[in-house]
Ligand binder design. Structure first.
Ligand SMILES: C[S@@+](CC[C@H](N)C(=O)[O-])C[C@H]1O[C@@H](n2cnc3c(N)ncnc32)[C@H](O)[C@@H]1O
Length: 228
């Protein structure tokens, strides 16, 4: 199974996401657990913003949002109120500093530790002093246990694990199929299960401290760029 690959109608990004699928996918409450915890009308940098599904929710609440993605096709669907920047997260170097940097969509579970560190370095260098980095991880128990089969249905989208391979206990390669809107897309990826301590260490290495965990399953972490 390739590390990152996608299939289905339309263009796919290097990490296997399908642009048409994300363009049509409605907001499914992904940010609901953290929206009340963000400062009012703050500046937000979303890393891996795709078509702006989440960024639009932030902008609708009065935040000033910059969205970064390596895919021009994804960015072409951003709503007008979100500023798009085409870049890899690893190489992003904006002059602006933000109150909040957001890494959603389980991007932190990248299988390469150096890429994970580069994502966190990017967040740290774009945070204002006192700013907060928010990331969402996969549930590690889910990654270790998920088996091929029907995973569920949400807002008209059927989620199916078509293949699951484990070569090491914490490294999972899988192909997920998404069936919706009369179409079918797949995304194949490899993800590493990350416990809280591993993420706290990663953030501490980049000077992000006072990590707190949020959400019913403690999948959201928030780390602060210390005041000087
Ligand atoms: C799963 S999609 C989620 C998009 C959006 N956050 C949402 O929930 O609708 C992940 C996005 O991250 C982008 N991405 C993944 N790795 C990236 C990287 N290293 N640099 C820039 N963009 C990246 C992909 O191009 C894709 O658009």
């Amino acid at each position: 199974m390739p590390q990152f690959h996608g299939s289905g109608p339309g263009e796919q990004t290097p990490d296997g996401c399908s642009v048409e699928f994300y363009q049509r996918l409605p907001y499914q409450g992904e940010l609901d657990e953290i929206l009340p915890l963000l400062p009012a009308r703050c500046s937000v940098l979303e890393l891996g913003c795709g078509t702006g599904r989440l960024a639009a929710q932030l902008a609708a609440r009065g935040h000033q949002v910059v969205g970064v993605d390596e895919s021009a096709a994804m960015l072409s669907h951003l709503p007008a109120e979100v500023i798009g920047v085409q870049s890899s997260i690893e190489q992003l170097a904006l002059a602006q500093r933000f109150d909040v940097v957001l890494l959603p969509s389980h991007l932190i579970n990248h299988p390469d530790a150096q890429v994970r560190a580069a994502f966190v370095r990017c967040a740290a260098r774009h945070l204002a002093v006192g700013g907060v980095f928010w990331l969402k991880r996969h549930d590690p128990a889910w990654l270790r246990d998920v088996k091929p089969g029907h995973l569920g249905e949400r807002a008209g989208v059927e989620y199916i694990a078509e293949a699951v391979e484990r070569r090491q206990a914490d490294l999972v390669s899988m192909t997920l199929a998404y069936q919706a809107f009369g179409q079918r897309w797949t995304q194949s990826f490899t993800a590493e299960a990350l416990e809280e301590a591993a993420i706290e260490d990663l953030l501490a290495q980049q000077g992000l401290a006072e990590v707190t965990w949020h959400g019913a399953k403690r999948l959201w972490a928030a780390g602060c760029r210390a005041r000087v």
